[in-house]
Design a protein. Structure first.
Length: 143
């Protein structure tokens, strides 16, 4: 499936995925496809039915999300355009650049998402209030 992104501050990130029979499968993503130096990585898994994750934007942190197992729905909002994408382990990664509101929902029970980030965790980098995000995004778009 080819994903068409309509939101700003996003993009597709190629990865390699090979099923190797009894040897299992191989997932790889590497330079130069990841557009930043990785300073933090984390995995999201075991999300209960009906639970959402995310619901924020970052001021400075750039991220790439890959679904390595199962499926989830990724919801993106750049302050002007909203888009929801069903991601599976066969899809490319999605770049979540700064100032992109995002959240995830509809996780399959086996879902595992791998996220690589450009900066270490810093709570002051998060915008957790949607109205504050829209106001901040409008300010940036006026420049």
């Amino acid at each position: 499936m080819t994903i068409e992104l309509r939101v700003k501050n996003s993009g597709l990130v190629p990865r390699t995925y090979k099923e190797e029979g009894e040897r299992g499968s191989l997932f790889a993503a590497e330079d130069p496809h990841i557009p930043f130096s990785i300073r933090r990585m984390y995995v999201i898994s075991g999300v209960d039915k009906g639970v959402t994750r995310g619901d924020h934007a970052h001021k400075k942190t750039d991220q790439v999300m890959f679904v390595v197992q199962g499926e989830l729905t990724l919801h993106l909002d750049d302050g002007e355009t909203k888009q929801s994408i069903r991601l599976t382990s066969r899809d490319e990664g999605i770049r979540l650049a700064p100032m992109l509101w995002h959240y995830m929902s509809d996780f399959t029970p086996d879902c595992m998402a791998l996220v690589a980030a450009s900066l270490p965790y810093n709570e002051s980098d998060y915008i957790r209030d949607y109205e504050e995000f829209k106001k901040y995004a409008r300010t940036l778009n006026l420049r």
